[in-house]
Design a protein around this ligand. Structure first.
Ligand code: GLN
Length: 384
């Protein structure tokens, strides 16, 4: 008999992510996958040609630990152009293996055992487990009505033990955005504290109806305490590359890089060469709001022909819809039933909550898809 005892789980309540579960189901039942958020259209051939060229030129060994200098400089120039703020390429920007790794690293570098971290539910599913792995205590508050930021609820959760506040705009899964008034409330509530802000802005540029992106970068009192997290996957349709970056003032970035160097060390080299070049043309990101707004509008127009009730989508590539006119099943069961019976996969919202609201009947659809995919999905949704 074996004498080996399996170790106590560090994440006893965590299972497989809902994204993996629903993508697997989509494949099994041959459903249209509007679940896990990823574009189904090709990337710009210019971008893949740049990667290929970098490989052929022999850029296939380790990049410098914080990122290729040319890419750090291109990112600094982009931030300067968009927000008129300087982040030093050498010390305040780090290229990461995606937004999730950047979030994990920021938490690992700054959250000590017993620290409280405020998380606003529904929250992206990696936040709380990352905090728990380092002995931190997630303190869950909720978005308010219409899935909007509830500054009073967040303020009420602050204690002397609060180490970090995590915010997300545009919001996944809700599809709402933070506005200047919300950010000003955050400035006020963090004033005079040592609370670190982790601002997850991976859907930067996917903000609709002419509204500005209220980045933490815009607010000096937030910037001095913030890790701001971005993703190349979301904006250049390359989620499979797993590339993102973090911005932070030097002192915070020193701590971030201490962890980053032992976590991934550095990120794939040819893609960094390619992105450094590709970022020189601002149109490559300036065209994104229009591209995705058109997709949102196409999907929304279709959704209005169904019994789903769409919630406001102000940003991100997710449309949340209420389904109580179709079924009273709880959302995870509904999403699975819907995939099997109606051939469209969406993501239920309850996995994004510590305590899901019992009577909530919401499902998230990803509209980062070719028009033909969206149209085919709408035909199936109309069949309900
Ligand atoms: N960010 C993607 C989403 O929200 C999923 C990424 C993942 O599968 N971990 O759908």
């Amino acid at each position: 008999m074996s004498s080996f005892h399996h170790p106590k789980s560090k994440l006893p309540t965590v299972g497989t992510t809902i994204f993996a579960v629903m993508s697997k189901l989509a494949n099994e039942v041959g459903a249209i996958n509007l679940g896990q958020g990823f574009p189904d259209f090709p990337i710009d051939p210019k971008l893949s040609a740049l990667v290929h060229a970098a490989m052929q030129l022999g850029h296939n060994q380790y990049a410098p630990m914080p990122g290729l200098l040319a890419l750090l400089e291109a990112l600094s120039a982009k931030v300067q152009r968009l927000y008129d703020v300087t982040y030093e390429p050498a010390s305040e920007i780090t290229v990461t293996a995606g937004g999730t790794q950047a979030i994990f690293t920021a938490i690992a570098a700054t959250v000590h055992a017993g620290d409280e971290v405020i998380i606003v539910d529904p929250a992206y599913d990696c936040y709380a487990p990352s905090v728990e792995l380092f002995g931190g205590k997630p303190i869950h508050v909720r978005l308010g009505s219409d899935m909007r930021f509830d500054a009073d609820a967040v303020q009420a959760a602050i204690t002397p033990r609060t180490r970090m506040l995590m915010i997300n705009t545009p919001h996944n899964p809700a599809g709402t955005i933070l506005r200047d008034a919300d950010m000003m409330r955050i400035v006020e509530m963090l004033h005079g504290t040592d609370i670190i802000l982790l601002s997850d802005e991976v859907y930067e540029h996917l903000v609709f109806d002419g509204e500005p992106h209220a980045s933490a970068i815009n607010y000096p009192e937030l910037r001095e305490r913030a890790f701001v997290i971005f993703s190349f996957g979301k904006v250049f349709h390359t989620t499979g590359w797993k590339m993102g970056y973090a911005l932070a003032p030097k002192e915070l970035m020193v701590e971030f890089r201490k962890v980053h160097q032992f976590n991934v060390f550095s990120v794939n080299t040819p893609m960094q060469y390619a992105l450094a070049e590709y970022l020189k043309e601002p149109l490559h990101y300036e065209q994104l709001p229009a591209l995705y707004q058109a997709k949102r509008d196409r999907f929304l127009a279709g959704l209005k022909r169904t019994e789903f009730k769409p919630l406001a989508c102000e940003g991100s590539y997710f449309q949340v819809a209420e389904y109580s006119a179709i079924s009273d099943l709880p959302d995870v069961e509904f999403a699975k039933w819907f995939a099997r019976e109606r051939g469209v996969v969406g993501i239920p919202l309850s996995p994004f909550y510590k305590d899901p609201p019992e009577d909530q009947r919401l499902i998230r659809f990803c509209f980062a898809k070719q028009d033909a995919t969206l149209d085919a999905a709408i035909e199936k949704l109309c069949a309900t």
